[in-house]
Design a binder for this molecule. Structure first.
Ligand code: NAD
Ligand code: IPM
Ligand code: MN
Length: 351
């Protein structure tokens, strides 16, 4: 049978703990599929850098390109760890991968599963996706510092937005909206202040909207979007936004739908010129690492997104259903199951 070659990057902190469970579920979910699952582990991350001084060597990047998809845990040191420059691994490994593999769609779905308590008094039906741009914005490292340490220091971070980059992610958001029952796109930006980028995004949305007559669209400034995210999240269907706004909004989206331990994501190269990468939205959580306290559900739901991407949508639905089943049986107040016990339960719930 055809082989499915998956690169696995467990990373740091709770990364290896949640990825072990995601792999468990991936193996079981593909047993009945006509594919031979081949997993290749890559040691990368803060711990790896401390041992070797490597962030993402060129050979490793090239090797990663040969896979059908990448399953990624999390990287990053504890905030107080002075042995590692802040954000070094995040930028030189994680962001480098997203840029090099052209992951222009950072897909982050949010759903309030039945039985999951939300911190909102009246959450309503929450079921939206955030299509976050993944290769541009203020993330590209375009900026610098002058006269560092003096009273005259100037630090700049210049957001890069290209017509090509904005168009392809906006079109992707409209396509996804077109396939959903509510068919609605919300652009989130801040064009009252960020005039140049804001107008490019706005114009692009108006232009792409003409290609999708059945899809409606509206606009919110990022500050107002965070209000609606708490007061009326069911107003959202597909949100399209830039790299930084999308980062912030999706942590909030995770929080209102039962916590960051449930939030999955895909860094997707929709043109399929390089492998896409699937990862939980959360980080390495140094505060709970190594204690089997992490919820592996976000990593497991990321496996469902991976399976969808490689064309195994039946297996993807089975993983989602197994998660739903497990979640429905959880009692958040008394759930003290270890990471591996949650993984076992979800694997066992696979029908
Ligand atoms: P974080 O997401 O790691 O943790 C935030 C809070 O959420 C912590 O209290 C943590 O215990 C909790 N949490 C996270 N995942 C959880 C899970 N699966 N189950 C239960 N609780 C969970 O964010 P942070 O503390 O800002 O960052 C820690 C490190 O991770 C930093 O070095 C940061 O740069 C890095 N980071 C990496 C990624 C990534 O690899 N994609 C994403 C975010 C942060
Ligand atoms: C995320 C993370 C990353 C981001 C960091 C670690 C670079 O917060 O995946 O949401 O900002 O994209
Ligand atoms: Mn984030």
């Amino acid at each position: 049978s055809e082989s499915l070659n998956i690169a696995v990057i467990p990373g740091d902190g709770i990364g290896p703990e949640v990825i072990a469970e995601a792999v468990k579920v991936l193996k079981k979910a593909t047993e009945a599929e006509p594919v031979k699952l081949v997993l290749t582990d890559y040691k990368l991350g803060a711990e790896h850098w401390l041992r070797t001084g490597e962030t993402l060597p060129e050979e490793t990047l090239e090797a990663l390109r040969s896979h059908d998809a990448i399953l990624f845990g999390a990287v990053g040191a504890a905030p107080g760890d002075t042995r590692i420059p802040s954000g070094l691994i995040e930028r030189e490994m994680l962001l480098k991968l997203r840029f090099a593999l052209d992951h222009f769609v950072n897909l982050r779905p949010s759903r309030l599963y039945p039985g999951v308590p939300s911190p909102l008094a009246e959450p309503g039906d929450i079921d939206f996706i955030v299509v976050r741009e993944g290769t541009e914005g203020p993330y590209v490292g375009n900026g610098g510092a002058l006269r560092v340490g003096t009273e005259h220091e100037i630090a700049t971070e210049v957001s890069v937005n290209t017509a090509h980059g904005v168009r392809r992610v906006v079109r992707d958001a409209f396509r996804r909206a077109n396939d959903r029952p509510r068919k609605k796109v919300t652009l989130v930006h801040k064009h009252n202040v960020l005039v140049h980028a804001g107008h490019l995004w706005r114009r692009t949305v108006e232009e792409i909207a003409t290609e999708f007559p059945e899809v409606t669209h509206d606009y919110l400034h990022i500050d107002a979007a965070t209000i609606f995210m708490t007061t009326n999240p069911s107003r959202f269907d597909v949100i399209v936004t830039d790299n930084l706004f999308g980062d912030i909004l999706t942590d909030q989206a995770g929080a209102i739908t039962g916590g960051i331990g449930l939030a999955a994501s895909g860094n997707i190269n929709m043109d399929r010129t390089a492998p896409s990468m699937f990862e939980p939205v959360h980080g390495s959580a140094p505060d709970i690492a190594g204690q089997q306290k992490a919820d592996p559900t976000a990593a497991i739901l990321s496996v469902a997104l991976l399976l969808d991407h490689v064309g195994l949508s039946k297996a993807a639905r089975r993983v989602e259903l197994a998660v739903e089943t497990d979640i429905a049986s959880r009692d958040e107040l008394t759930d003290e199951r270890a990471t591996s016990e949650i993984g076992d339960a979800i694997a066992a719930a696979l029908s």
